[in-house]
Design a protein around this ligand. Structure first.
Ligand code: ADP
Length: 498
C-alpha cells in the first residue's frame, strides 16, 4: 500500500519532506500525469483556500487546519491570550510577556511604560516586532521610549531581560507540536526539538547587538562568531533537545516540572482557538512553539510558527528534522482508506477513474455552489469525481453504503463507518456502533508524545459536543499543582539533608 501513496508539494518544497516521503516509497504528484484530486497529502507552507477544505476526498490530507492564524500571527495571538486572561484569569495565562499591538494600543502602552518607569525605574526593556515580518527581521530592543520609532503595524512586548544563559549565551527552544485534530483536541509534542543560541554573549548594555539578543538562526548564521567554537555551546548556533536535557540533568533541574509547564503553555495556547477552528478530520498541522526560559526556569511563550522551517542548516537540524518528519508521517496513520485513491484512478491510466458511475444509480448529493461551478468546468471524464464525495458524507444511508461498498466488485467492500471513525468523525447510524481506530489515540508515536488529552477527564472534556475548556483548565491546574508540590518537597528534603 505504501508504494501507492502520493504527495503534492507547493512550489516543490520543503525538500526534506520530499526526501523522507520518497524514501518511504511515496510518489510525487505531477499535474501533467495525474487528476487534480489524485493525491494523499497536500503540503503547503502557506494557507489553503476554504474551498480546498470543503472539497476534500476521504483519502486526502492537508497540512494545515483552517483558521489557525489565531495563534500564528503575533497580533492575533496577543489578542487571543488577552481574551483568555480576561475570561479564565491572568495567573494561568501568565506565560506570555505583556504585549501591545500598535498603533491601536499606543495609549495603553504609554500608560504601562510610564507606570513601570515610576514604580521600577529604568531597566525595564521592550522589544518591538513588525507584524508582517518574521525570522527576526525588523526587530529591535529599547529601554527608553525616545529610542522607539515605528512606521508600520508592530507589537511591543516586555523584553524578558533575565534569560537563562549557557556560558553567557542566550537561547530559546523550538518545540514541535502536532495538532492531530481540533475536534476532539488531540495534541502531540515531539521530544526532540532545537535549542537556538545567540552567537554573542548576552549583554544588556548593547541592545543594538542582535547577535547577542536574538536567537534566530536566520540572523546568527551571518554573525562573526557563528563558526567559532564557543564555550560550552560549540560552533554554530543550535543544539538538539537531547543535548539540552543532558545539560539540565547536570544542573539539578526538575525537568518534569519544566516540561509540564511547557506542555501547559502549548495546551493553553491551543485552547484559545480550539473552539473556533472548524472541524476538518483530514487535516493535521505542525507548529513551532518558541519558548524562552528565564533564570528562574519559568518558560515564556515568544511566538507560534506556522510552517516551521524544515531547512537543514547544520547537523542538529538533520538529526531533529528528519526524525520529526518521519514521525509526523507515522502519526498521520495512513490506513486502508488512503489506498482508495489508487483504486479510483487505477486501471485505465491516470486520467480515468477506474469505475464508471453511469452504471450505478447514485443517490443525489446536494452540490455546493463551488462544486456546481467546478462541475460545469470539468470535462466529462472528470465529472465522476465529485460523486465520489458521497464518501465524505458522515450520515450515510443504506443505498449509499451499498454503492460505495460495491463500486468495484473486484475489491474488498469498503466499510465506511471505519473510514469515518479513522478520520475522527462521529458516526451516528443505528446500524453500526461507533468504532474509534485505536492507533489514532496512541500515546507515543516515534518521538511524539500525546500531551492532550492526558487523562480520562480531559479525554471526556475534549470529546463532548463542545470542548469543555473549564474542565481542561481545572485538570491542568491540578496536574501542575501536584508537580510543583512534589518539587517543593524534594527541595525541602534536600535542604534538610544538607
Ligand atoms: P520572529 O518571528 O521574527 O522570529 P520572534 O517573536 O520569534 O520573532 O522573536 C525573535 C527572537 O527575539 C526570539 O527568537 C528571541 O530570541 C527574541 N525575543 C522575542 N521576543 C522576546 C521577548 N519578549 N523577550 C526576550 N527575547 C525575545
Amino acid at each position: 500500500m505504501a508504494a501507492s501513496l502520493v504527495f503534492r508539494l507547493q512550489d516543490r518544497g520543503p525538500e526534506l519532506l520530499r526526501e523522507v516521503l520518497l524514501e518511504r516509497g511515496w510518489e510525487e504528484y505531477d499535474e501533467e500525469e495525474r487528476e487534480e484530486e489524485d493525491w494523499n497529502l497536500y503540503w503547503r507552507s502557506t494557507a489553503f483556500r476554504s474551498s480546498e477544505y470543503h472539497n476534500l476526498l476521504p483519502w486526502q490530507r492537508l497540512n494545515h487546519h483552517p483558521k489557525t492564524v489565531g495563534i500564528t500571527r503575533k497580533d492575533c495571538l496577543a489578542r487571543n491570550l488577552r481574551r483568555m486572561r480576561a475570561t479564565v484569569g491572568s495567573s494561568l495565562y501568565d506565560f506570555s510577556p505583556t504585549t501591545f499591538i500598535l498603533p491601536n494600543d499606543y495609549t495603553r502602552f504609554l500608560a504601562e511604560y510610564n507606570k513601570l518607569r515610576l514604580t521600577r525605574g529604568p531597566s525595564i526593556y521592550w522589544i518591538c516586532k513588525p507584524l508582517d515580518l518574521s525570522r527576526g527581521r525588523g526587530i529591535f530592543i529599547f529601554e527608553d521610549i525616545k529610542h522607539f520609532v515605528y512606521d508600520c503595524s508592530v507589537i511591543v512586548q516586555r523584553y524578558v531581560s533575565n534569560p537563562l544563559l549557557i556560558s553567557g549565551y542566550k537561547f530559546d527552544l523550538r518545540i514541535y507540536v502536532c495538532v492531530k485534530s481540533f475536534h476532539p483536541l488531540t495534541v502531540y509534542i515531539h521530544q526532540e526539538g532545537l535549542v537556538r543560541f545567540a552567537t554573542e554573549k548576552y549583554n544588556l548594555s548593547s541592545l543594538n547587538n542582535l547577535y547577542s539578543h536574538l536567537t534566530n538562526t536566520s540572523i546568527n548564521k551571518f554573525g562573526p562568531f557563528y563558526k567559532t567554537e564557543k564555550e560550552q555551546v560549540g560552533p554554530g548556533c543550535k543544539w538538539t533537545m537531547s543535548k539540552f536535557r543532558h545539560f539540565l540533568n547536570s544542573q539539578d533541574v526538575n525537568q518534569l516540572l519544566l516540561w509540564q509547564r511547557i506542555s501547559n503553555i502549548v495546551t493553553l495556547t491551543l485552547l484559545t482557538i480550539a473552539p473556533s477552528v472548524p472541524s476538518c478530520p483530514n487535516c493535521v498541522e505542525l507548529f513551532g512553539f518558541d519558548i524562552l526560559i528565564d533564570v528562574k526556569f519559568k518558560p515564556w511563550l515568544l511566538e507560534v510558527n506556522y510552517s516551521p522551517a524544515l531547512t537543514l542548516d547544520c547537523p542538529a537540524d538533520i538529526t531533529v528534522k528528519k526524525g520529526l518528519i518521519s514521525d509526523l508521517i507515522d502519526l498521520m496513520n495512513y490506513t486502508f482508506i488512503d489506498s482508495l485513491r489508487q483504486r479510483a484512478y487505477q486501471g485505465q491510466g491516470y486520467k480515468q477513474p477506474c469505475f464508471n458511475v453511469n452504471q450505478h444509480v447514485l443517490p443525489k448529493v446536494k452540490e455546493t455552489k463551488f462544486q456546481k461551478r467546478r462541475n460545469r468546468n470539468q470535462s466529462s471524464q472528470t465529472q465522476t469525481l465529485p460523486l465520489l464525495k458521497t464518501l465524505c458524507k458522515p450520515e450515510i444511508n443504506q443505498s449509499q453504503h451499498a454503492f460505495v461498498s460495491n463500486y468495484n466488485r473486484h475489491l474488498p467492500p469498503v466499510d465506511l463507518n471505519k473510514i469515518y471513525a479513522a478520520r475522527g468523525r462521529i458516526i451516528n447510524t443505528t446500524a453500526t456502533k461507533i468504532q474509534t481506530d485505536k492507533t489514532l489515540n496512541l500515546i507515543l508515536v516515534g518521538d511524539f508524545i500525546r500531551t492532550f488529552p492526558f487523562n480520562t477527564a480531559t479525554l471526556r472534556a475534549s470529546q463532548s459536543h463542545k470542548l469543555d475548556v473549564k474542565i481542561v483548565i481545572q485538570q491542568l491546574q491540578r496536574l501542575t499543582g501536584q508537580l510543583a508540590t512534589s518539587d517543593m518537597e524534594v527541595k525541602e528534603n534536600k535542604d534538610r539533608m544538607k
